[in-house]
Ligand binder design. Structure first.
Ligand SMILES: O=C(O)CCC(=O)C(=O)O
Length: 279
């Protein structure tokens, strides 16, 4: 498949969600090991990660940047891979938008940690019904700090766990759920081969440990919501959507432009117009 001048080879095993996986998403809040890119496709993805990350100034941590889908045509086009959108459609239905795109990266032996949290708890979106695609750029497992989830925790809803603020510098996020609220028996590690994706519900408790291995660990997240979502611009003034599939008959949010070239976000919150001059 050719997208934006880059070629990402699709896995021969790509498919749609089975009924069992749809049921698992509904009951456990996640699905994992969905094939998208082949081994060679994953190598090309690694090249994309290296290219985009090398553009950042040396004092900018890629984990503190976001909105890559609004900045970079290459990143945007990756997020429009039909085989990824097919899986999302199987959960959200035919009409949905993208509003977030970022990297979660840990170099070997990196102490960086994503604390336990629920996304919907701090995302000012109504209705709260976002699906995150987590695309493995490299193989990921427990040893290199794979994402971990508490299976079924989304059933408690987006206010089901008490979050507190923790500004420790090794944490990628300052929102945290204390360990005593975690049901240890239901922790699942989202081990993925490079080129595979997982999907998770926005109320699912998740986080990740340090990378104790000699291997890099990096995921690309893409956030999708049905077109009936409305972002609270008082809380997130930069909230803008791009139609990812179908039609948007609600038109509830500002629209982000589709990138026409390559720009680089150096912070978390940006408007699409911030990138125009670099396209
Ligand atoms: O990649 C990780 O470790 C965490 C990802 C995450 O928090 C998310 O996708 O919302």
């Amino acid at each position: 498949m050719i997208i934006g001048g880059c070629m990402y080879q699709i896995s021969d095993n790509v498919r749609r969600l089975t009924n069992k996986e749809k049921q698992q998403y509904s009951e456990q809040g996640y699905v994992k090991n969905l094939p998208v890119f082949s081994y060679n496709g994953a190598l090309e993805l690694q090249g994309l990660f290296e290219e985009l990350s090398s553009r950042l100034p040396s004092d900018v941590d890629i984990n503190k940047t976001n909105m890559w889908h609004k900045a970079s045509k290459k990143f945007h086009d990756l997020c429009r891979t039909p085989e990824i959108l097919d899986y999302v459609e199987d959960i959200l239905g035919p009409n949905f938008v993208q509003w977030g795109g970022q990297f979660f990266h840990k170099e070997p032996k990196s102490g960086s940690v994503v604390p336990w949290h629920q996304d919907a708890q701090y995302w000012p979106l109504k209705p709260a019904n976002a699906v995150t695609v987590w695309l493995a750029v490299y193989d990921t497992d427990k040893e290199n700090g794979a994402m971990k989830v508490v299976s079924g925790s989304h059933k408690k809803g987006s206010n089901g766990f008490k979050h507190h603020t923790n500004n420790a510098s090794h944490l990628v996020l300052d929102q945290e759920v204390s360990e005593d609220q975690i049901d240890q028996d239901n922790i699942v590690y989202m081990d993925l081969k490079a080129g595979e994706i997982s999907l998770h519900n926005d109320a699912l408790l998740h986080g990740s440990d340090p990378n104790n291995s000699d291997r890099r660990r990096c995921g690309i997240t893409m956030r999708f919501s049905p077109t009936n979502v409305k972002g609270d611009l008082n809380e997130w003034p930069f909230f803008e959507t791009q139609l990812a599939r179908g039609i948007d008959s609600f038109k509830l949010n500002p629209i982000a432009q589709i990138p026409r070239g390559e720009a680089t976000p150096i912070k978390r919150f940006c408007y699409s117009k911030d990138f125009e001059k670099d396209w």
